[in-house]
Design a binder for this molecule. Structure first.
Ligand code: ADP
Length: 180
């Protein structure tokens, strides 16, 4: 199995590159942000709770997102592999992911980390907010908060994967095709 952690700050282009990687390698796309927005759209209790946090740019509890990934892995046992987009975001999530994959006799192949500077990220997210309708992309203070949360809670995962020799950095500035 080819299991890729697609990593990078909000607005780095994870969703865009996921689409291309999925097509090329026939992988299953698992985006915790998309799953959470699906719960919100369906008006579930989980969605209502998650929305309060997401609108402030704060992370949803580890147990919630780990449970969602567990369900998806169990229902896609025949997959060629997975792209994890927006997950893991904390050390606890990375450890849980390793255990879940071990139960399936597989493991993470690599972390691909998209590098984009903060000024460019803010610009991209404000533009995305205009047509995506995502409330967390329409408010500059929420964007800054998400970048802060990324720097403090998520960025350390680079060490987690580089300690396993699985870390690869990619320049996230350029055309979609160049980055791909
Ligand atoms: P972006 O990468 O642009 O921030 P996402 O769709 O990945 O967009 O995430 C949107 C929001 O959903 C996050 O700010 C957070 O509140 C929540 N979220 C998504 N994935 C996770 C995760 N793995 N752990 C905790 N919260 C998450």
């Amino acid at each position: 199995m080819l299991n890729i952690v697609l990593f990078g700050p909000p607005g780095a282009g994870k969703g865009t590159q996921s689409t291309k990687l999925i097509e090329k390698y026939k992988l299953v796309h698992l985006s915790t942000g998309d799953i959470l927005r699906g719960e919100i759209a369906q008006g579930t209790a989980l969605g209502l709770e998650a929305k309060k946090l997401m609108d402030q740019g704060i992370l949803v509890p580890d147990a919630v997102v780990i449970g969602m990934i567990r369900n998806k892995l169990e229902s896609n046992k025949q997959a060629n592999g997975f792209i994890f987009d927006g997950f893991p975001r904390t050390d606890a999530q990375a450890q849980a992911l390793d255990s879940l994959l071990e139960e399936l006799n597989t493991s993470i192949s690599m972390m691909l980390a998209l590098k984009v500077d903060e000024e460019e990220l803010t610009k991209r997210l404000l533009i995305r907010g205009k047509d995506s309708g995502r409330p967390d992309d329409s408010d500059e203070s929420v964007i800054r908060k998400r970048i802060d949360v990324y720097n403090s809670q998520t960025l350390p995962l680079i060490n987690y994967y580089s300690n396993q020799n699985k870390y690869y950095s990619v320049d996230g500035i350029g055309t979609v095709q160049e980055i791909f």
